[in-house]
Write a protein that binds this ligand. Structure first.
Ligand code: PLP
Length: 233
């Protein structure tokens, strides 16, 4: 297929997410290797974002390709009630990297359904319904994760799911208040969060969902002590 035809088909048949469909102009990608991808004219692009952080180990990573091929040759899929070497080995590796409070891994397809399931588990475990998340956040765009999301990409889902409560990030750089120190900022934001939880009804809160460092909404690093403070609350 020619690059022109690839782009033409894309524009005509592919519903490209988060985009005005009339203005699409995608680069047709011919090949990729390591940190680079190439178009059909031989132009080389350095991929500074690892394709939405999905390819942190690089394009064409041989170890990953070989492992995928080996598994496909054995079997591609078995249902969740069957044990497989790949699944049980990976779960053990992940748990061994985590603090002791983590017991098991629930495998999902992507971030959005991981978050959907985390909310369901929190609600079932606590018997409570409210879920706090922050305005400057993106947690996915499926219905539940899209309701967790705080930034404008949640608007199409409104009026939204009852019990999804938003609070403000500690965005010290843009805050109207001139904090003397990170600790002072932390105290301010934790006080506000605590107050909001009290007024929402502390016994109704099942979970607080946060990006530890806000990603696509500004790379906001929390001030010192903020994350442990939220956990304490
Ligand atoms: C912080 C964060 N959470 C969740 C998601 C949703 O993940 P996925 O697109 O894999 O569903 C994203 C995706 O960009 C994300 O950046």
């Amino acid at each position: 297929m020619t690059p022109e035809k690839i782009v033409e088909n894309h524009k005509k048949y592919v519903l490209q997410s988060w985009s005005k469909q009339g203005n699409l102009n995608p680069i047709p990608v011919a090949k990729a290797d390591g940190i680079y991808f190439y178009d059909f004219d031989g132009n080389r692009y350095t991929d500074m974002s690892s394709q939405l952080v999905n390819l942190n180990l690089g394009y064409g990573n041989k170890a990953i390709g070989d492992a995928i091929k080996a598994q496909v040759d054995k079997f591609c899929f078995v249902g969740p009630s069957y044990a497989t070497e790949a699944k049980s080995t990976l779960a053990e590796m992940i748990i061994n990297l985590l603090p002791d409070s983590f017991g098991k891994v629930f495998f999902t397809n992507a971030g959005a359904d991981a978050n959907e399931n985390a909310v369901k588990i929190a609600r079932m475990f606590t018997g409570r319904n409210k879920v706090f998340s922050r305005y400057r956040s993106y947690h996915g765009s499926s219905f539940g994760a899209g309701n967790l999301t705080g930034e404008p990409r949640r608007y199409p889902l409104e009026p939204g799911i009852p019990g999804f409560v938003k609070f403000f990030d500690p965005y010290v750089y843009r805050e109207a208040i001139d904090f003397a120190s990170e600790e002072e900022a932390t105290k301010f934001y934790l006080t506000k969060l605590r107050e909001q939880i009290i007024y929402e009804g502390p016994d109704s809160v099942a979970a607080i969902v946060m990006e530890t460092i806000t990603g696509s909404n500004g790379v906001i690093i929390p001030p010192k002590g903020y994350l442990p403070g939220v956990r304490t609350i």
